[in-house]
Design a protein around this ligand. Sequence first.
Ligand SMILES: Nc1ncnc2c1ncn2[C@@H]1O[C@H](COP(=O)(O)OP(=O)(O)OP(=O)(O)O)[C@@H](O)[C@H]1O
Ligand SMILES: [Mg+2]
Length: 359
Amino acid sequence: MPYRSSRASEPTASQSTASQSTASQSDGSRSDGSRPDGSPPGAPASGRAPQGTGSLISARGLVKTFGEFTAVDGIDVDVRPGEAFGFLGPNGAGKSSTMRMIGCVSPPTAGRLRILGMDPASQGPQIRARLGVVPQRDSLDEELTVEENIWVYGRYFGLPRSVVRRRATELLEFAQLSERAGSVVEPLSGGMKRRLTIARALVNEPSILLLDEPTTGLDPQARHVLWDRLFRLKREGVTLVLTTHYMDEAEQLCDRLVVMDHGRIVAQGSPRSLIEEHSTREVLELRFDADDHSRHLADVDGIAERVEVLPDRLLLYVADGEAAQGEVARRGVEPLSALVRRSTLEDVFLHLTGRTLVD
Ligand SMILES: Nc1ncnc2c1ncn2[C@@H]1O[C@H](COP(=O)(O)OP(=O)(O)OP(=O)(O)O)[C@@H](O)[C@H]1O
Ligand SMILES: [Mg+2]
């Protein structure tokens, strides 16, 4: 793709290590800007991992505390070159805290963290030069135009004007924002702003793109456009690391993921393997005219491997949903509605934690 065609070879050894001043910032994307970057144009990274190496990101016993509170509680993570890796978890699970440590803007309290084979404590600037960061909240300059936002960011990276202009044109095309290049950012839709933030994060041709809840708050169509863009990046060899509390997003985008809850990893694997390991093939959802659905547990006794009671329905975990539905009918049980569906990561999360992902 055009926006990645000008990639140059590794410059990291020549880059300055002078600036560690951004460690306290919470916004990873801005922190790159203050880096005195002596790197040549288009230099930051090889998008593909160096041959023969293992993990691009490796964490062991990673901990983040805020005062007495432990936000990330000793997690082990390995992200492999070229994969899309997800952190799935509900609000407060510790996803952003983890992402900020990986983004080298928040120092780990304890544990070992290596990114691109480097140590964030001593090599933050070199690592950040090879990361693209899409923070949970867009940090665009709303008063500038769409393309000015990319120019400013490119200049933060020390790229020459001519390179920045060329990349901005290519990236705006990629983000389907060319027609809005000269518009100020403020009135853009949420989806457009998100795409611009992603385009901006790509200006340094990063090896790893960190995306903290890339599609939260967007409508389904805007989400699909974004997913499409992320698929393209992945095809280009960019390693994607994303957080989400949308299980469908995790299933769509992630090759592998960890399920986080209360700062810990409660399960990990591919979406398919997680579902196979922690759920049944199908789920029969039964809704009754009842305030308390547990009153209907006796009606379905013995039909399912497992039954979850939610405020508005019963979930019957079964291998064959239609057969289970037939058995419900044979018993003369008459729910208001019955729906057979495949198991999802939401079911996995519910099984592991007893709670739903989005409250
Ligand atoms: N700077 C901070 N100071 C104190 N507590 C913090 C700080 N940052 C995060 N926390 C706390 O750490 C916990 C994890 O927060 P974090 O933002 O990592 O969660 P999250 O999984 O990203 O949640 P969400 O889905 O809501 O974005 C929360 O309880 C949060 O209040
Ligand atoms: Mg978060």
